[in-house]
Each structure stands twice: as C-alpha cells, then as structure tokens.
Write a protein that binds this ligand. Structure first.
Ligand code: GTP
Ligand code: MG
Length: 197
C-alpha cells in the first residue's frame, strides 16, 4: 500500500469552508503532541506534508489533504493541551466538535493514543463524544518505538479494560511508530477496504 499522490488542499477554522464532501474522509485526532501530524506524514510517505513540532499545539487548524485524488485525510489540532489558554482550548474544542458532527463524508475517526501512558481521562471523554455522535472509531497507539512491544500491549490491555466499562466492543486498533514506520501498511489497508466498501 503506497500513496502515489498527496496534495495539501486547505486549512480552516470554519468547518463550513472545508472541501465539498464528495470523497471519503478520514480524520486523525488525539491529544496535543501524540503524533497526529507525524503519522499523516508516515502514511502519505511525505516527510513534511503536515507540520510537526516537539512543542505541543503545533496544528491549530483543520487541514485537508487529498490522497490519490480519491480520499481526504484530515489533520486536526490536539485536544487537552494545558499550556494553551482555556479560551483557546475551548475554541479548538468547538471547532473540532463542529467539524466532526457536521462532516457527512467522514468514514472513520482515528483517535491517537500515546502507547506509553495509562488510560487518560481526556481521551476517554473524547472517545465517548465520538461514540455518542455515532461516528465510526478506530484507535492508533503511537510512538511504539519508545518502548517494548510487551509494554505497548500492556497499555492496550489497560485501555481496553477501561473502555469496556462503558463500551460494548473494543474498536479496531493499530500500533504505530512514525520514526520506525510501524503500522503504515495496516492503516492504509484498513482505509483501502473502507474506500472500497
Ligand atoms: P499537535 O499538532 O501539536 O497536536 O501535535 P501532533 O499530535 O501533530 O504531534 P507531532 O506529529 O507534531 O509530533 C509531536 C512530537 O512527537 C514530535 O517531536 C515528533 O517528532 C514526535 N513523534 C511523533 N510520532 C513519533 C513516533 O512514532 N516516535 C517517536 N519517537 N517520536 C514521535
Ligand atoms: Mg499536529
């Protein structure tokens, strides 16, 4: 699975100005600094398609990228970044919520989770929001290169246990590393299948 053509289309704060919803769309979201933009670069095979930073809060807009002229990949700002003012955080929250609840061509929301951390309240709350709005959800456990696979699997097990307190099923999930290119084929295959469904 390789993306031949990756094209930046538009950045927005306003969900109504996103491209016409005439192609399948996949959104990547998660806490600030979890590795959304890095993952998008890994998937697209382009080093700097999406902007990356060691400092949380880099991505501040809804960014649409067109893949192989066939589907949209969307990079979103992170949620739950303490150093951004409450007002700015709330503003991003509203922007993301409006986008997620109004985007009719959204096929799947990929929620990125830092594979090194125990289940985080903000992640659980966000996932509940996605579920309550009936949006298809997948999880991606990021930065797996930073620890052993055993540790990553322990994190996933803890996450599953936490989620199954309120959810009936555990969603499809992936393990990724943008630095070691882990999970690329799996995520792209998953998207490919959904595109063909
Ligand atoms: P915001 O846009 O600020 O919300 O962050 P983001 O989720 O887009 O994260 P970004 O891709 O900008 O990455 C944040 C930091 O984590 C950068 O320093 C990346 O180099 C690093 N990083 C991202 N993915 C990985 C990974 O898989 N492994 C390692 N080791 N570092 C990673
Ligand atoms: Mg980003």
């Amino acid at each position: 699975e390789i993306i031949k053509e990756a094209e930046f289309i538009i950045s927005n704060t306003d969900h109504t100005k996103c491209p016409a919803p005439d192609l399948p769309e996949y959104a990547f979201i998660g806490r600030s600094n979890v590795g959304k933009s890095s993952l998008i670069n890994m998937l697209s095979g382009r080093k700097s398609l999406a902007k990356i930073s060691g400092k949380p809060g880099k991505t501040q807009l809804i960014n649409h990228f067109l893949m192989d002229k066939a589907w949209y990949l969307v990079d979103l700002p992170g949620y739950g970044y303490a150093k951004v003012s409450k007002k700015v955080n709330a503003g991003w929250g509203t922007m993301i919520n409006n986008y997620l609840t109004s985007r009719e061509n959204l096929v799947c929301v990929f929620v990125l989770i830092d594979s090194r951390l125990p289940p985080q309240k903000v992640d659980m709350e966000f996932i509940d929001f996605v579920g309550k709005n009936g949006l298809p959800l997948s999880l991606i456990f990021t930065k797996a290169d930073k620890q052993s696979l055993n540790k990553t699997n322990q994190s996933i097990a803890a996450f599953r246990k936490n989620m199954l307190k309120t959810w009936e099923d555990f969603p499809p999930y992936f393990i990724s590393s943008a630095t070691e290119t882990i999970g690329k084929a799996e995520v792209l295959n998953f998207i490919d299948k959904l595109n063909q469904a």
